[in-house]
Write a protein that binds this ligand. Structure first.
Ligand SMILES: NC(=O)c1ccc[n+]([C@@H]2O[C@H](COP(=O)([O-])OP(=O)(O)OC[C@H]3O[C@@H](n4cnc5c(N)ncnc54)[C@H](O)[C@@H]3O)[C@@H](O)[C@H]2O)c1
Ligand SMILES: O=C(O)[C@H]1O[C@@H](O)[C@H](O)[C@@H](O)[C@@H]1O
Length: 298
């Protein structure tokens, strides 16, 4: 497929964009800074500018396309570009950049007739990650039906992005899949961060003890690309296990007193439910910190 990928130079995108290229897709990376990967075409675009966004999505992807009879249309957009958390820019700027760029991407894709947009939403929509003080989930495992009423500007921008996508879907009926991505972990980060997480699970409370490996995030995007006709949907994205060594029973006892348990859970199973992605997309995460570090409980 011919893919317009935004934010391909970032933490998640620099893994996912080349992975999609390795799966045979033709990938254009629309970002403020280039990725510089041999298999990905870089295009410098400021997505907060509507004209730039539309123009970039309408034009040819590479010099090779000069030899085609006309400029082909993109088959899908993967929208990862964003200010990816609070405290990087003032709250109002974080909100403004994220909602504006997402609106522009969705509008351009819609007007150009691109049939699918996969966009990065976030675990923060559930209001736990960047809550002032501690906030527990209403129930576990946290699934896509859990209320999304966050108090921080970043998560608000992601909720607004989902609402905007749902409305574009109402207009066109096209496929718009929002990925409520958990905390992104690059392969080299297991050795860097996880020894501390295994030692002290409270470090992962704000992520409901979950994580997502960049390689499994790539698999998720690929599955979204190959699964058509779902319309507007949001999906939690996380690895199958927790980012800590404690068991689900121990975590519930220590952190989730009074939190409803909706169903039986496995010993190490993620509290960030990926049942929907498994059922609707066949998502099947392959990686774990246990591939890199010894499980102190094994
Ligand atoms: N990192 C995480 O743990 C995490 C978790 C959940 C969701 N997300 C979401 O996933 C996506 C990717 O996150 P990331 O960690 O790779 O972030 P990142 O900051 O590393 O990458 C984002 C990229 O977007 C680009 N960008 C920002 N503003 C832009 C603009 N106006 N025009 C064009 N490009 C612009 C940046 O240059 C950067 O390369 C984001 O939407 C983020 O909100 C991230
Ligand atoms: O976008 C998000 O959800 C993420 O933002 C990151 O900066 C946080 O460190 C991470 O915990 C969140 O998962």
């Amino acid at each position: 497929m011919r893919i317009f990928f935004t934010g391909g130079s970032g933490k998640a995108g620099k893994h996912v964009a080349p992975y999609l290229a390795s799966q045979g897709h033709q990938v254009t990376n629309a970002d403020l800074t280039p990725l510089g990967h041999p298999d990905v075409n870089d295009l410098k675009v400021d997505l907060t500018d509507a004209g730039q966004t539309y123009s970039a999505m309408a034009q040819m992807a590479s010099m090779d396309e000069l030899d085609l009879p006309s400029v082909p249309s993109y088959d899908a957009v993967v929208h990862f570009a964003a200010i990816p958390r609070i405290l990087l820019t003032p709250d109002a700027t974080t909100y403004a950049i994220n909602i504006l760029s997402t609106y522009h991407v969705l509008e351009a894709a819609t007007r150009l007739g691109i049939p699918k947009v996969i966009f990065a939403s976030s675990e923060t929509t559930y209001g736990i990650c960047f809550a002032q003080g501690e906030r527990k989930p209403l129930y576990v495992p946290v699934d896509e039906e859990h209320p999304v009423v966050p108090e921080d500007s970043y998560a608000m921008s992601k909720v607004a992005s989902e609402v905007t996508a749902r409305s574009f879907h109402a207009r066109t009926g096209s496929d718009l899949y929002g990925l409520r991505i958990n905390n992104v972990i690059e392969p080299h980060e297991y050795e860097e961060y996880f020894p501390d997480y295994l030692e002290d699970p409270s470090l992962r409370r704000r992520n409901v003890f979950a994580y997502i490996d960049t390689r499994d995030l790539g698999q998720m995007v690929q599955r979204c690309l190959t699964t058509d006709g779902l319309g507007f949907e949001v999906f939690n994205v996380a690895n199958a296990d927790m980012s800590v060594a404690a068991t689900t029973d121990e975590i519930r006892e220590q952190f989730y007193e009074g939190v409803e348990l909706r169903r039986e859970m496995g010993r190490d199973e993620t509290f960030y439910s990926i049942d929907k992605a498994r059922q609707m997309l066949g998502f099947d995460p392959q990686h774990s910190w246990r591939d890199v570090l010894a499980d102190p409980r094994a």
